[in-house]
Design a protein around this ligand. Structure first.
Ligand code: ADP
Ligand code: NI
Length: 217
C-alpha cells in the first residue's frame, strides 16, 4: 500500500466509527483537525505521513469516553495501523502523540515534544476555539446534562488531570478553565497566528453573553 492509500483507509475507518456523535468529537471534528494539520504541518515542515495519521486517529477511543482510560486511544490507533502494515517506528510515534496530546487541566504540563505532535496538538486546539469551539463546547455540555451557566459556581484552575476529569462545572466555566488559555499554549508560529481571531471571537461572545444574562442588552 502507498502512504496515500493507508491514509485513505484510516480515514474511512475513523469516519465509520465516529459518525453521529453528539458531543463535538464527531467525524467532522476529525476532518477539520486533519485539514488544519495538513496546512500547519506543511508550513512547519513536519513529516506529513505521521501528521495525517495522528490527526485522523487522535480522538478514536478518547479517554473522556472510556472512564478516564488514557491508553484506550493509543491502543486502538496501534491496532488500526499495524493491520495496515505501517512501520513500527511510525506507529510508536503516532501512539505516543495520542497518549500525550490531550488537555488535562490548566496547571498540568503538556508532554508533547516532537514537531509532528506539536502540529496535531495545535490543530486540535484551534478546533476547540472560535465559533466552532463555542458550538462544540455547548454540544459537549448538553451531552453531559450540564447547565450552561450558574453564577454561584466559579471556574477552577485544575492542577491534576484527575481533578480536571472529574469536573462537572457549567459549560461557561470551560471557557475560563481551558478555551481562553489555548491561544498562549500554541506550539507553532502558524497556529499562534491563526488562534488570534478565534480567541477574540470568544471574548466578544462572552462579553455579549454576560450582558444578555444581566438583562443589560
Ligand atoms: P483535547 O482534545 O485537548 O483532549 P477535549 O477532547 O477535552 O480536548 O475537548 C474538546 C472539546 O470538547 C473542548 O474544546 C470543548 O468544546 C469540549 N469539552 C471538553 N470538556 C468540556 C467541558 N468540561 N465542558 C464543556 N465542553 C467541554
Ligand atoms: Ni480532538
Amino acid at each position: 500500500m502507498t502512504n496515500q492509500e493507508i491514509i485513505d483507509a484510516v480515514a474511512k475507518q475513523v469516519r465509520d466509527q465516529m459518525e453521529n456523535e453528539g458531543s463535538g468529537h464527531d467525524w467532522w471534528h476529525v476532518f477539520r483537525v486533519w485539514n488544519l494539520a495538513k496546512h500547519i504541518g506543511e508550513k512547519e515542515n513536519a513529516d506529513m505521513f505521521t501528521v495525517e495519521l495522528t490527526a485522523l486517529l487522535h480522538d478514536v477511543a478518547d479517554w473522556k469516553f472510556h472512564d478516564g482510560d488514557e491508553t484506550a486511544g493509543p491502543k486502538t490507533a496501534r491496532k488500526i495501523l499495524s493491520e495496515l502494515g505501517v512501520d513500527t517506528k511510525i506507529i510508536d510515534h503516532v501512539a505516543d502523540i495520542i497518549l500525550h496530546m490531550s488537555f488535562k487541566g490548566a496547571g498540568v504540563e503538556s508532554k508533547i515534544t516532537t514537531l509532528e505532535g506539536k502540529v496535531v496538538q495545535d490543530s486540535d486546539r484551534l478546533d476547540a476555539i472560535g465559533a466552532i469551539g463555542i458550538g462544540r463546547t455547548f454540544a459537549y455540555g448538553g451531552s453531559k446534562n450540564r447547565p450552561m451557566y450558574d453564577p454561584a459556581i466559579k471556574p477552577t484552575m485544575h492542577t491534576t488531570k484527575e481533578a480536571y476529569f472529574k469536573s462537572a462545572s457549567p459549560t461557561i466555566n470551560h471557557f475560563y478553565e481551558k478555551l481562553l488559555l489555548l491561544k498562549d499554549l500554541m506550539n507553532t508560529k502558524t497556529a499562534r497566528e491563526m488562534a488570534e481571531s478565534r480567541h477574540d471571537y470568544m471574548e466578544a461572545f462572552l462579553d455579549q453573553f454576560f450582558k444578555e444574562w444581566d438583562g443589560k442588552l
